[in-house]
Design a protein around this ligand. Structure first.
Ligand code: ADP
Length: 481
C-alpha cells in the first residue's frame, strides 16, 4: 500500500466551498499493480453547479484582497507543496505510473508556477494612454475575469492544475477544477495543501466524476467566464463549441505531433540524448513528446544505431523501483493505440529496431520501441501515438524536412539539432509550432510561454503571458478634468 509521511494527504472526497464532501464511488488504481488506491465521488451537474456557485460567492472577496495578500497565501501554498514533495510524488507515481524521479520533478515543476505567480500577483500593472480628447485621461486597468473552470489530463496530474490556477488565483479569480478520472488523488492532495495555506473557502474547488456532466455545467453556467482545458483535440473542440453559447474565454492546450529533426551537421550524441528525453519522458505520454524523428541521410544509420542502443538499455517496471525509467502506460486503451500504430507501420514496411511489443511484465507495460524505414503513409505520421514508440524517417534536404514537419494540423512543440547558425534561425522560423527546441529537448519552465498554434490550442500558460488569460482590460476615460 501507499506509505505516506502524511497519510491525511490521501483524499477520497471532493473539495467544495472549503468542505470535503461526497462519497467514494469511482476506484482509482495503480497501473503498475492494479491495486485500488482510493475511491472518489462521482459528481454530476447538480454538484458542479453548487461548486460554481461557491466559486462565484468567493470571487468578490478574493478579488478585493490586496495583491500582496493573495501573493502571501500563494507563496505559502508553494512552500507546502515543496515540503510535501515526496508524498505528492508517491501519490502521483501510484496513480499515474511515471517513474518516481519524474514525479518528484513534476511536483517541483508544478510548485514553480505557484511561486512564479505569487510573485507576479503584485505586478499586474495597468497603463495610461495620452488622450486625444481635451481635459481627459485614458486609464487602463486589469481586472480578474471571474470564476474560471479547468479540466485537466492524467499525464501531468499536478502541473496542469497549478499552471492554470496559479496565474488566475494571483489575479483574483476563483476556480472549479475537474482532474482526470485516472489521477484525481494528486489534485485532491494539492487542494488539501491549498486549504492549509489559507486559500479561502470557495476560491479553489475540486470536483471528480462524470466528465460530460461536469464539462456541460462548466461551459454553460453564466458565472463561469473562462474555461481552461488540457487534453485531446476532439474534446478541446467540443468544449470550445459548448463555451460559445455564453461567449466564455477559452484556453486550450491540445494534442501535438512533435517533429524531432537531426541534421547532418548535428552533434549526434547530444541529439541521441535529446531524442531520449523528448520521446520517452512519461513513457511518451506528453503532448510535447516527439512523435516523429526525421534524420538526415548522412547521419541516419549512425543515429539509429546509437539511439536504439540507448533505448535497449532502458529499465521498465514499477515507477517506485530504483533505476526504472519507464513505467506502465496509463491504461489498456493507451496500449491498444500503441499496438495499432506499430502493427500498421510494420504492415507498411517499417522495421522494428528495438522493442515492438507488450513488455513481459504484462498489464500496461510496453517495450520502449524504435522503428526505422517509416514513411508518411503510416498512421504514426498523422496521429499522436502517446506511447514509447519512436518512428524514424530518413530525409535528404532542409526544405523537404521542413515541409514534412509542418504537414500536420498540429503545432505545439518541435525540436531540431544542428550546429549551423544560419540553419538554426531559418528552420526555427519556418517551423509552424508554438515552441521550438534547438539543440535542446527540455522546453518546460514556468518562466516561458507554453502553448501551441493551429489545432494544438489557444493561449499560453506560464510566464508573464500566462496572466493574460485571467485578466480583462478595462478602459476608463476620465473627462471634465
Ligand atoms: P485522454 O484521451 O488523454 O484521456 P481527454 O481529452 O479525453 O484525453 O481527457 C482530458 C480531460 O478531459 C479529462 O479530465 C477528461 O475526463 C476530460 N473530458 C473528456 N471528455 C470530456 C467531455 N466530453 N467534457 C468535459 N471533459 C471531458
Amino acid at each position: 500500500m501507499l506509505k505516506l509521511n502524511d497519510p491525511s494527504l490521501l483524499k477520497s472526497q471532493c473539495y467544495v466551498d472549503g468542505a470535503w464532501i461526497g462519497e467514494g464511488v469511482d476506484a482509482v488504481d495503480n497501473p503498475a499493480t492494479g491495486v485500488v488506491l482510493a475511491k472518489v465521488p462521482r459528481f454530476g451537474a447538480a454538484e458542479t453547479t453548487a461548486a460554481v456557485e461557491a466559486a462565484s460567492r468567493a470571487f468578490k472577496p478574493w478579488a478585493k484582497k490586496s495583491a500582496k495578500e493573495r501573493s502571501v497565501i500563494l507563496r505559502k501554498w508553494f512552500d507546502l507543496i515543496m515540503a510535501n514533495q515526496e508524498d505528492l510524488a508517491q501519490i502521483m507515481t501510484a496513480e499515474q505510473g511515471k517513474p518516481i524521479t519524474e514525479a518528484r520533478g513534476e511536483v517541483a515543476y508544478a510548485a514553480s508556477f505557484v511561486e512564479f505567480y505569487a510573485e507576479e500577483a503584485k505586478r499586474i500593472y495597468g497603463e495610461t494612454i495620452p488622450s486625444p480628447f481635451p481635459n481627459s485621461r485614458i486609464i487602463i486597468q486589469k481586472q480578474p475575469v471571474g470564476v474560471c473552470a479547468a479540466i485537466t489530463p492524467w499525464n501531468f496530474p499536478a502541473a496542469m492544475i497549478t499552471r492554470k490556477c496559479s496565474p488566475g488565483l494571483a489575479a483574483g479569480c476563483t476556480f472549479v477544477v475537474k482532474p482526470a478520472p485516472d489521477t484525481p488523488l494528486t489534485a485532491l492532495a494539492l487542494a488539501e495543501l491549498a486549504e492549509r495555506a489559507g486559500i479561502p473557502a470557495g476560491v479553489l474547488n475540486i470536483v471528480t466524476g462524470d466528465a460530460k456532466a461536469i464539462g456541460g455545467v462548466m461551459t454553460s453556467h453564466p458565472a463561469v467566464r473562462f474555461i481552461g482545458f488540457t487534453g485531446s483535440t476532439p474534446v478541446g473542440k467540443l468544449l470550445m463549441q459548448q463555451a460559445a453559447s455564453t461567449v466564455k474565454k477559452v484556453g486550450l492546450e491540445l494534442g501535438g505531433n512533435a517533429p524531432f529533426i537531426v541534421f547532418d551537421d548535428a552533434d549526434i550524441d547530444a541529439a541521441v540524448q535529446g531524442a531520449i528525453a523528448a520521446k520517452y519522458r512519461n513513457m511518451g505520454q506528453t503532448c510535447v513528446c516527439t512523435n516523429r524523428l526525421f534524420v538526415q541521410d548522412g547521419v541516419h544509420d549512425e543515429f539509429v544505431a546509437k539511439f536504439a542502443g540507448e533505448v535497449a538499455k532502458m529499465k521498465v517496471g514499477n515507477g517506485v523501483e530504483v533505476g526504472v525509467v519507464q513505467g506502465p502506460l496509463i491504461n489498456e486503451r493507451a496500449v491498444e493505440k500503441v499496438e495499432r500504430h506499430v502493427a500498421d507501420a510494420v504492415a507498411h514496411g517499417a522495421k522494428v529496431v528495438v522493442g515492438g511489443k507488450r513488455h513481459a511484465l504484462g498489464r500496461t507495460f510496453y517495450e520502449p520501441t524504435v522503428l526505422s524505414g517509416v514513411t508518411t503513409k503510416m498512421l504514426v505520421t498523422n496521429e499522436e501515438t502517446f506511447g514509447p514508440v519512436a518512428p524514424v524517417y530518413r530525409f535528404k534536404t532542409e526544405d523537404e524536412v521542413v515541409a514534412m514537419a509542418n504537414d500536420t494540423p498540429f503545432g505545439l512543440a518541435a525540436y531540431f539539432y544542428s550546429k549551423d547558425l544560419g540553419r538554426a534561425f531559418r528552420v526555427a522560423e519556418e517551423l509552424e509550432y508554438g515552441m521550438v527546441g534547438i539543440n535542446s529537448a527540455m522546453l518546460g519552465t514556468e518562466v516561458a510561454p507554453f502553448g501551441g498554434v493551429k489545432e494544438s490550442g489557444l493561449g499560453r500558460e506560464g510566464s508573464l503571458h500566462g496572466m493574460d488569460e485571467f485578466v480583462e482590460i478595462k478602459y476608463m476615460l476620465m473627462g471634465g478634468l
